[in-house]
Write a protein that binds this ligand. Structure first.
Ligand SMILES: NC(=O)C1=CN([C@@H]2O[C@H](COP(=O)(O)OP(=O)(O)OC[C@H]3O[C@@H](n4cnc5c(N)ncnc54)[C@H](O)[C@@H]3O)[C@@H](O)[C@H]2O)C=CC1
Ligand SMILES: O=C(O)CCC(=O)C(=O)O
Length: 448
């Protein structure tokens, strides 16, 4: 039988040859493939069944046009995507992203990551992702509604509560989910479990809004505790000022950390006294404004254009919560110089491969996205459960389950790290722990 190194190299070549321009997808897949080598050496049956060739190829890719009209009556056409990547352990599950950068490479990387992330939650959900290159920035509520209605008019043909259950991601929050859900219901009648992240009045789950950010801190607490350390008193940088960043900020502060930054795509604010949560929420959740406005309202804060990862201050913990590839090698080296001990990723793939190599070489303890930010999709799966049984659980109940799930995810990654003697590589540990469940399911189901 072919040896593991050759098998992985051949697979990488096939992927590069098939989709030479999909750099984000290649980056996500190659990292996972490299970390699975020890498992493949131990389990030749996965190589024999060529499981990985199936794992890296989506079950289905749907691409469609999304025509919509702006408030002045002009017509626009955007591109919509849904990648139904893997349903070995449950219906496709993953968010929808609205951002001008969205293309097939980005949706495929996100969908691929979602497979192993969803597996790590221990819940029965497969992997998928979707979105559009529509830019919600500066659009009126009516424009957002018309776009969402057009998007769902096409998407509704391909989703279902036991088939594919989308949710939010960048640019898709409660407002957009409401418009998407309304259009689905208009076309198909009531189907509670068709989307997650719904409003509480029509089948949403308590704690879904908070879940990714809170989950990140529950994961971080488990990771830090295992190193004999605590979050209390630590100085923290957060990037982003969206859903994940805001609730990571809230939970980190509740745990006694001093969070000194938040950011958006234009720049960041630095407040050595600690970021004021209520001001960020007002600017971002209520006014949908820019983070620059924070510095006009809080006298101890300063606003800077550019990346928060270029700010040179002493701090302990980095929580990137904005977008992919926001941290490069130079910025990772600055973290080392600044004394950072832990990085836990709220965003998907925020650190590029060279940055991750710096973390590992410098013994920064690194919590990768698919483990650290799995709380959002985990509570989405709990929303699906509540929809199925037509009940609503209390905030406390959902939050306690979320905490357990995140602690388990850390533990599974740490156990895999020990089993395969990876030397505190919780990224490889998460990849392996997520993969093993999916691989067993795929093997059991025959040629898939
Ligand atoms: N919402 C969720 O439940 C989950 C989100 N994620 C990931 O978390 C990240 C953030 O998502 P959300 O908070 O939901 O989105 P959001 O749309 O609520 O917020 C995104 C934030 O990132 C900022 N941002 C976007 N591009 C940027 C750039 N190039 N540089 C600096 N800041 C930038 C935006 O200004 C905004 O503040 C994404 O990577 C997403 O895939 C991961 C798991 C679940
Ligand atoms: O809740 C969901 O299904 C979406 C979560 C998501 O998109 C993610 O984990 O990146």
């Amino acid at each position: 039988m072919v040896d593991v190194e050759t098998y992985i190299n051949d697979l990488k070549e096939t992927i590069t040859h098939r989709d030479p321009n999909q750099s984000e997808f290649q980056e996500a897949v190659f990292t996972v493939l490299d970390s699975l080598k020890p498992v493949l050496k131990k389990h030749p049956e996965y190589v024999k069944a060529n499981i990985l060739a199936s794992l890296v190829e989506p079950e289905r890719v749907i691409q469609f046009r999304v025509p919509w009209q702006d408030d002045e009556g002009n017509f626009h056409v955007n591109r919509g995507f849904r990648v139904q990547f893997n349903s070995a352990i449950g219906p496709y599950k993953g968010g929808l992203r609205l951002h001008p950068s969205v293309n097939l490479s980005i949706v495929k990387f996100l969908g691929f990551e979602q497979i192993l992330k969803n597996s790590l939650t221990g819940l029965p959900i497969g992997g998928g992702k979707g979105g559009s290159d529509f830019d919600p920035k500066g659009k009126s509520d009516s424009e957002i509604m018309r776009f969402c209605q057009s998007f769902m008019t096409e998407l509704q043909k391909f989703i279902g509560p036991d088939l594919d259950v989308p949710a939010g991601d960048i640019g898709v929050g409660g407002r957009e989910i409401g418009f998407l859900y309304g259009q689905y219901k208009r076309l198909n009648g009531f189907q509670g479990g068709i989307l997650t992240g719904k409003g509480l009045e029509y089948g949403g789950s308590l704690a879904r809004t908070e879940a990714t950010g809170f989950g990140l801190i529950y994961y971080l607490n488990a990771l830090i505790k295992d190193q004999g350390d605590t979050l209390k008193g630590k100085t923290v940088k957060i990037s982003g000022a969206g859903n994940v960043a805001i609730y990571a900020l809230k939970k980190a502060q509740e745990n006694g950390a001093n969070v000194v930054t938040v950011s958006d795509s234009n720049g960041y604010v630095y407040d050595p006294n600690g970021i004021d949560l209520a001001t960020v929420k007002q600017i971002k959740e209520v006014e949908r404004g820019r983070i620059k406005e924070y510095a006009d309202r809080v006298s101890t804060a300063k606003y800077f254009e550019g990346s928060v990862w270029d700010l040179d201050i002493d701090y302990d913990i980095a929580l990137p919560c904005a977008t992919q590839n926001e941290i490069d090698e130079t910025q990772a080296k600055l973290m080392v110089k600044d004394g950072v001990k832990y990085v836990a990723e709220g965003a998907n793939m925020p650190s590029n491969s060279a940055a991750i190599a710096v973390y590992k070489d410098s013994k920064i303890v690194y919590g990768p996205a698919k483990a650290a930010n799995a709380g959002g999709v985990a509570v989405s799966a709990l929303e699906m459960s509540q929809n199925s049984e037509r009940l609503s659980w209390t905030f406390e109940d959902v939050d306690n389950r979320l905490k357990d799930i995140m602690e388990n995810i850390y533990q599974k990654s740490a156990d895999a790290d020990k089993e395969y003697d990876l030397g505190k590589d919780f990224q490889a540990g998460a990849n392996i722990a997520g993969f093993e469940k999916v691989a067993k399911a795929m093997l059991a189901q025959g040629l898939v």
